[in-house]
Design a protein around this ligand. Structure first.
Ligand SMILES: NC(=O)c1ccc[n+]([C@@H]2O[C@H](COP(=O)([O-])OP(=O)(O)OC[C@H]3O[C@@H](n4cnc5c(N)ncnc54)[C@H](O)[C@@H]3O)[C@@H](O)[C@H]2O)c1
Length: 250
């Protein structure tokens, strides 16, 4: 497992304490990256980072706060001297309610992290990469929920569709800077975020009916694709929107 061009790069991953973010930190450290792991969960982040095989610096920051987004990038540069790779992964799912029952506060809370926060984090990372003038790569973590409509998911689904739009705009604006920007759309992934949905579904056979690979992904399977997109082996891929979903969206 070794993708070209990752060894020695500096990567920042948000939502890194658990789930897909933690798996991505692990994969990138295995690839020889120096990783800055960002999360709001202080203790869990420290534990996750302590268990990593390579060089990882934990930074506690809330991507819903503009000053935190700017600080996490500044801290990454102070620690490792640059920022080459950015994984815009932090997200929350919000309540499972029909539109008619969704409180505005809950809608806003999901959007504050999943799209407003993702925008502020992306902006801070792109400013740094552009100033360095040596290119870079970004992966925005969207969802199959941003590709196809799902009931009771108005806040989450709309935020994930929005991040696909944000990702495309960023790709358009940054090709000239040698910065590639892609979006991945995971299907069901076995993380703490998915646990309530799985326990609601009860029978896994029912939950994955019609999905060619009829199971949830391990977070490492999403991390592997993110690592590929960040690597030089994906050197002609930008502006892409990639389902990593066991075939759910075919
Ligand atoms: N698990 C799935 O089935 C699935 C499917 C599609 C997309 N996704 C997306 O993948 C990403 C990671 O999800 P996951 O399943 O690993 O979730 P998770 O809940 O297991 O982990 C998300 C991490 O993000 C952190 N986080 C949340 N808000 C934050 C904030 N404001 N600032 C910094 N960190 C914050 C959490 O503390 C947590 O550690 C999310 O964007 C999610 O929407 C997940």
């Amino acid at each position: 497992m070794s993708y070209a061009g990752l060894n020695g790069k500096v990567a920042l991953v948000t939502g890194a304490a658990r789930g897909i973010g933690a798996a991505t930190c692990r994969r990138l450290t295995e690839e020889g990256c120096k990783v800055v792991a960002v999360d709001v969960l202080v203790d869990e982040l420290a534990q996750t980072c302590a268990a990593m095989p390579g060089e990882v610096a934990p930074i506690v920051a809330d991507v819903a706060r503009e000053e935190d987004c700017d600080r996490m990038v500044a801290d990454a540069v102070a620690r490792f001297g640059a920022l080459d790779l950015f994984v815009n992964n932090a997200g929350v799912i919000g309540p499972r309610l029909p539109i008619t029952e969704m409180p505005v506060e809950e809608f806003d809370r999901v959007h504050a992290v999943n799209i407003r926060g993702a925008f502020m984090a992306l902006r801070a990372a792109l400013r740094q990469m552009q100033a360095q003038g040596r290119g870079g790569a970004v992966v925005n973590v969207a969802s199959v929920g941003g590709l196809s409509a799902q009931p009771f998911s108005c806040a989450y689904g709309s935020s994930k569709r929005a991040i696909i739009g944000l990702s495309g705009t960023a790709a358009q604006e940054n090709g000239q800077h040698g910065i590639r920007v892609n979006a991945v759309c995971p299907g069901a992934v076995d993380t703490p975020m998915l646990a309530p949905a799985m326990s609601r579904a009860g029978d896994a056979g029912q939950a994955f009916k019609g999905v060619p690979i009829a199971r949830a992904a391990d977070p490492s399977e999403i991390a592997a694709f993110i690592a590929y997109l960040l690597s030089d082996e994906a050197s002609f891929q930008t502006g892409g929107v990639y389902p990593v979903d066991g075939g759910r969206t075919i």
